[in-house]
Design a binder for this molecule. Structure first.
Ligand code: UDP
Length: 254
């Protein structure tokens, strides 16, 4: 008799992906991605989700640990218009962008509907608390079991994980920027044992109201990066990596 729980069967169903610079990027849209995350949450194991933008791919070229994390993640989404373009260029598939901020918001919605426990880690002191307050208004009933700011040294990762673990979060959202958040998740997954852990970049700044998301029209014109650059000129270093990403993709496709 087959006693495999249906959720595990669903999880094992092949994830449709496209190869971008050796990383399997999911081609699911946002709705299907949230369903896949729900499958992850109905198992007992831990899962890492990466929302990868062009700068992450470029950084991974010179950071082998990050590249290995991208390759071994359970789900890698196309976080930026650049990665959506790369999938089209390399495989001919038209996929939709699944940004970290949209996916994190939808996972919070899912958590409120299904009773999953959420922990928010990262951003400056006070921001995760404000994000939690606003998420509780937007998703009534959501169980945010704890928050913590993201300014601590790498040497304290295990200590911070040991503080989080007793709260037994199902979902861990880590907003500490690439690659710090991905490294934290990989180093502490076996301590915290959240079923889904995801790096969410500046999402807590957006959820808290500190940073305003680009208007829908700007997003539709694929110019969200310009909006973010105007809000935070410090991001210019990140945007400057885009031409390198384009070159890497064109060379990979040959
Ligand atoms: N951050 C943090 N700890 C650090 C460095 C950054 O918690 O040591 C936070 C920062 O306050 C911001 C987020 O990480 O909320 C990074 O946001 P950004 O928009 O730069 O992320 P990305 O561009 O990588 O998505």
């Amino acid at each position: 008799m087959d006693v495999t729980p249906t959720s595990i069967v669903a999880e094992q169903a092949e994830l449709p992906t496209a190869d971008v610079l050796g990383v399997k990027v999911s081609t699911l849209d946002l709705e299907a991605t949230v369903r896949r995350v729900d499958d992850f949450l109905r198992t007992e194991s831990t899962h890492a989700i990466v929302t990868a933008d062009s700068s992450g791919f470029v950084l991974a070229q010179s950071n082998d640990a990050l590249l290995q994390l991208y390759k071994s993640a359970d789900l890698v989404t196309a976080d930026s218009a650049g990665v959506v373009w790369a999938v089209r260029k390399l495989t001919g598939q038209r996929i939709s962008r699944v940004s970290g901020v949209d996916l994190a918001f939808q996972i919070c919605r899912l958590a409120s509907l299904k009773g999953y426990r959420v922990f928010l880690l990262g951003a400056q002191p006070g921001i995760a608390d404000r994000a939690a307050e606003r998420l509780r208004l937007q998703h009534p009933g959501i169980q945010i079991v704890g928050t913590r700011h993201g300014y601590f040294p790498v040497e304290d990762d295990e200590l911070v994980a040991a503080e989080i673990a007793p709260l037994k979060p199902d979902v861990l959202l880590v907003a500490m920027g690439i690659p710090r958040q991905e490294m934290f998740i990989s180093r502490t997954a076996d301590i915290i044992r959240a079923k889904v852990s995801m790096g969410v970049g500046g999402s807590l700044d957006v959820f808290s109201g500190k940073v305003r998301r680009a208007p829908r029209l700007v997003r539709r014109l694929k110019l969200e990066w310009v909006w973010r650059l105007l809000q935070n000129p410090g991001k210019v270093r990140k945007v400057a990596l885009l031409p390198r990403f384009v070159r890497l993709v064109l060379r990979y496709g040959r």
